[in-house]
Design a protein around this ligand. Structure first.
Ligand code: M6R
Length: 621
């Protein structure tokens, strides 16, 4: 889950590395570092904490020196082996070899013992440093850098990527990918850049090579070359054109990326509709013809696997697919499913949902299902991501880059994609009556406008969530509760609050409260009751009364004009669900819990975009 950048070319390499690391900080920010060639020698700067610490260290260098670097590598770390200290920070030097690494070397103990027996003395606690000794020994044995990296990498077990340089061969950066992502692009001005994802790269080229497992890439001033590591043979790789604009990678006046991304959700809906649908067709839910649409149609049943927020989106996917398309759907945590013995039918389809497209557990399920010959679909927000490439058929959510670690707009894009699948299948299978399909689709088309109103920059929702956050900031704990479509939103609200505000919160199906958790309720607790006008609203109101009777403070989230809910709540947040199918309320209630968590986190003074201990792309088990 670390971030890697490497550059060899004609630009000032330090700028390429620092800008790149900032774009990759979402992957981990325990420590960071850079290594750069200067007059044939490699200079390393590293520090505990965020990339800004390295920038501060580098400020002491004279400007001419900073501009002189042309080749280097950088890293931002999410600690797995060894504490997040400066010593354990990457790049690691072993003699003339310097490297950065992302992932885990599973056989590191065996390699360490072997190296110690040879007389080597690793200086850090990391598994990464050991790789440097392997390369050093191979080069000292007569191999060139490329061949030494290749032979050494073949010794490793586990998923990882490395990027390596050596003072014996200045001007060259060598990267290898196996299991954790690595992408590369030829710099249009000459040279090549390598990174853990496309964000640091699109400034230099939109044509991005997504390396396959077992690929090696070499960047020099002349550009890029690719080979495979088994035999070292050259391979041809075709770039994928990435359509993200650089502007979308900036905060655009918002205090945090998360806030910007919450406010972008009406655009997300429009972009995802454009991506998923063939708008030239007049029928409701005209899913664009692609292999994934066929596979969905042929499924006898579906299993949706995901983690975290994506799992919450999957729960909603189940509700819609069951209701509109009458397909049996089960939802599983990828980390559980991968170790179970699921019962699958010949036409079962397993769907991996992941904004990053790299989550280790979700990917493992997809790979396993592929091996068993089960149909696999991916729903990711990153074109060319590993899950997108591993699955039989891939769908892309068009949320654009999401930089805040907390998933917000990608959640909306995932929900919408699955709703569109459900509507499309419902029409095809005739389980969704034509008039209802037309009405539902009209409602979907209204979502961007509704979200636009809801998320006006200084609008009522922003003001309400800010004020309420101030009033409940000292609560001992939070419960989020909802029924039906509001249950996954309750889970999501609690996850968001824990994740960015570090406040204890639990999400519950409202009916479950009295089976245990109600014992915790008293004046010190706040309960967020999500109950828009729908089939379950009256039952949720009864649960709200039970909460009131225990003295907990209530934040009611419901349909505008619901005076009973408003009266029963200590704080009231209305959303405009008028005339909307009840299945669509999550699109309006999700931004409420997102903003509430955001403003609570701001009041707590946490690092909203980079919450502690987390990373955006979870590529370890
Ligand atoms: O990239 P993925 O969607 O597979 O990630 C899954 C979870 O790690 C992710 O949703 C996580 O829970 C988010 N940080 C939640 O905001």
């Amino acid at each position: 889950m670390c971030g890697i950048v490497g550059y060899a070319g004609t630009r000032p390499a330090l700028d390429v590395l620092i800008n790149g690391l900032k774009r990759l900080e979402y992957r981990g920010y325990d420590s960071s570092g850079v290594a750069l060639f200067f007059e044939g020698k490699i200079e390393i700067q590293k520090s505990q904490g965020k990339v800004e610490n390295i920038e501060r260290l580098l400020q002491q260098l004279p400007a001419e020196r900073k501009n002189a670097y042309r080749v280097g590598i950088g890293h931002t770390r999410w600690a797995t082996h060894g504490k997040p200290t400066t010593q354990n920070a990457h790049p690691h030097r072993t003699g003339h070899v310097v490297l950065v690494h992302n992932g885990i070397i599973e056989n590191y103990l065996e390699i360490k013992q072997e190296l110690i027996a040879k007389g080597h003395r690793p200086a850090s606690e990391t598994d990464s440093e050991l790789f440097g000794f392997l390369v050093l020994d191979a080069m000292d044995g007569g191999l060139g850098l490329v061949e030494a990296v290749r032979m050494s990498f073949l010794r490793l077990h586990g998923s990882c990527s490395v990027v390596v340089m050596s003072e014996k061969e200045p001007g060259m950066v060598v990267g290898v990918r196996n299991g954790t992502p690595l992408v590369a692009a030829a710099d249009e001005q000459g040279g090549g850049v390598i990174a853990s994802d496309a964000q640091p790269i699109i400034e230099y080229s939109r044509d991005v090579y997504f390396l396959e497992d077992g690929d090696m890439v070499i960047a020099t001033e002349k550009g890029l070359t690719f080979s495979e590591i088994r035999l070292g043979q050259p391979v041809r790789r075709t770039p994928i054109h990435v359509d993200w604009s650089i502007e979308r990678l900036d905060k655009q006046g918002f205090d945090h990326y998360m806030l910007k991304e919450i406010h972008e959700q009406s655009v997300t809906v429009v972009d995802t509709l454009n991506e998923m649908l063939d708008r030239a067709k007049a029928d409701p839910f005209p899913l664009a013809a692609r292999p994934g649409a066929e596979l969905l149609s042929s499924a006898s049943d579906m299993t949706l696997v995901a983690c975290g927020t994506s799992w919450h989106a999957a729960l909603l996917g189940k509700y819609w697919l069951e209701r509109f398309a009458r397909v049996p759907v089960s939802v599983d945590y990828a980390s559980e499913y991968r170790y179970r013995e699921p019962v699958l039918q010949p036409r079962s389809v397993v769907v991996g949902i992941s904004q990053s497209g790299e989550t280790a557990d979700t990917l493992a399920v997809i790979k396993d299902m592929k091996r068993r010959g089960v149909g696999t679909i991916g729903l990711t927000n990153v074109r060319g991501s590993t899950i997108a490439r591993e699955v039989q058929a891939s769908f892309h959510t068009s949320a654009g880059p999401e930089i805040g670690v907390a998933a917000t707009k990608t959640f909306t894009a995932q929900m919408l994609s699955m709703l569109l699948w459900a509507g499309h299948l419902g029409v095809k299978r005739k389980t969704l009556p034509p008039t209802m399909a037309v009405r539902l689709f009209d409602d979907v088309i209204r979502l961007p406008l509704l979200l636009n109103d809801l998320l006006a920059r200084d609008g009522a929702l922003v003001r309400a969530t800010k004020e309420i956050a101030e009033k409940v900031r000292n609560s001992k704990g939070f419960f989020f509760m909802g029924r039906g479509y509001s249950f996954p939103i309750a889970l999501e609200g609690a996850l968001k609050l824990k994740e960015i505000a570090y406040v204890h919160a639990e999400g519950y199906a409202a009916g479950e409260l009295k089976h245990g958790p109600i014992a915790m309720l008293d004046e010190s607790m706040t309960v967020v009751v999500i109950a828009p006008k729908d089939t379950w609203r009256d039952k949720s109101v009864s649960n709200l009364e039970e909460v009131r009777a225990r003295g907990a403070r209530i934040i009611g989230v419901g349909s505008a004009g619901d005076t009973q809910m408003e009266r029963l709540s200590d704080f009231w947040i209305p959303v405009n669900t008028a005339g909307l199918d009840e299945g669509l309320s999550p699109f309006l209630t999700a931004p409420v819990v997102q903003l509430l968590s955001y403003y609570l986190a701001v009041l707590k003074g946490t690092d909203v975009d980079k919450p502690r201990n987390l990373a955006k792309s979870v590529t370890v088990e």
